[in-house]
Write a protein of this length. Structure first.
Length: 273
């Protein structure tokens, strides 16, 4: 039965007994009304109010690559050797999302401004003074201050040029990606090779121009503030070679030692906590 324009309807010649009405309309939730019709009775069904149909829609929100990278980076920034030494430039997630340029600079800032960085720099300057390295700086508080400034400038220049500026321009990832599997020999070769190769932001392996040219640039800049006797092209290339060698040594330590001493290491499987 179709109702009239006013919503009313009627049935005639209905046999007595129990009945159930189902009222339906497009866009509304169906309603039912039941009762018992006695012989000779005119039964008026109570007013039926129909509610709008509820449509359940499943919505899946897929986070952007930048948002995923930010979450992974926050976990990475919690990595500290022995719970206090920064270990920010290693990823234990082999397929980690590439960092944006902004995130590369944020990681460089966080590294250079970490209190432990200042402490390590102070210790390095003290050793240099004790060994009378860079004798042109002299001794005493003034000499120590110059050594400290030079050591910190080296660190800042190397970090920003090699791990933020060039990686952003060349679209390369400044992090070391922990291998952790395979034979000792394969892991050793992998760690050493990562001083001169790296992952690009396209996740393909390529020459690590950021680290190579970053060390050269940082060495060249040091000519601006090191004593005259310790300047020159030879010193620049020597400093760059030492920087690349230090990266290789650090990678070997990362592969075989550092992970065991670093709490709060994220799971390599994103599906696991």
């Amino acid at each position: 039965m179709i109702s009239g324009d006013d919503g009313q309807f009627s049935f005639a010649n209905i046999a007595p007994g129990s009945f159930q009405l189902t009222i339906a309309a497009a866009g509304f939730a169906a309603q039912t009304s039941s009762g018992i019709l006695h012989s000779g009775e005119v039964y008026i069904v109570p007013q039926v109010a129909m509610a709008l149909a509820t449509v359940v829609t499943e919505v899946r929100v897929t986070p952007s690559q930048t948002e995923v990278a930010e979450v992974q980076l926050k976990d990475q920034e919690k990595q500290r050797v022995l719970a206090f030494i920064p270990n920010f430039y290693v990823s234990y997630i082999p397929n980690a999302v590439p960092l944006t340029s902004k995130q590369k600079f944020e990681l460089a800032w966080k590294t250079t401004l970490d209190p432990i960085t200042f402490g390590v720099t102070a210790a390095a300057a003290g050793i240099e003074q004790a060994d009378d390295q860079y004798g042109g700086y002299g001794q005493g508080a003034q000499g120590y201050g110059k050594r400290y400034g030079a050591a910190y400038a080296d660190l800042v220049a190397g970090t920003f040029i090699g791990s933020a500026i060039l990686p952003s321009l060349l679209k390369q990832d400044p992090r070391y990606f922990y291998k952790g599997t395979g034979t000792t020999r394969s892991r050793l070769l992998y760690a050493i090779a990562n001083a001169v190769i790296c992952k690009g932001d396209n996740r393909h392996w390529q020459a690590n121009y950021s680290n190579i040219f970053g060390n050269l640039a940082a060495g060249g800049m040091s000519n601006l503030y090191y004593p005259a006797n310790d300047r020159g092209a030879g010193a620049t290339f020597e400093s760059a070679a030492i920087g690349i060698g230090a990266t290789a040594a650090a990678n070997v330590l990362q592969e075989f030692v550092v992970r065991k001493l670093t709490p709060k290491v994220p799971s390599p499987d994103p599906a696991k906590p």
